[in-house]
Ligand binder design. Sequence first.
Ligand code: FES
Length: 101
Amino acid sequence: MSEKVRVAALNEIPPGKSLAVKIAETDIALFNVDGRLYAVRNACPHRNLPIHDGKRDGTKVVCPWHSWIIELQTGAVVAGPDFHIKTYPISVTDDYIHIEI
Ligand code: FES
């Protein structure tokens, strides 16, 4: 059973930016890619380190630690071994971002 949780105000993540949040002990990275929002587990599958500060190339983020590349739309590692990180449904209501956990 999923729950919708308010995680940030929309103006906290302008296009091109990211934000790290914590919900119920889970680290989540939010990304705004050209106005479209993505939420993924903020833990690279390589060594469980945060990815929210990684460089982006469109919807791909380069892990800042050892450069594995993760596709934000699917959570798949696209340059590195065949791993995935969890993605979360995301929505905006009344200028606040919500994710389903
Ligand atoms: S922790 Fe991400 S590539 Fe090593």
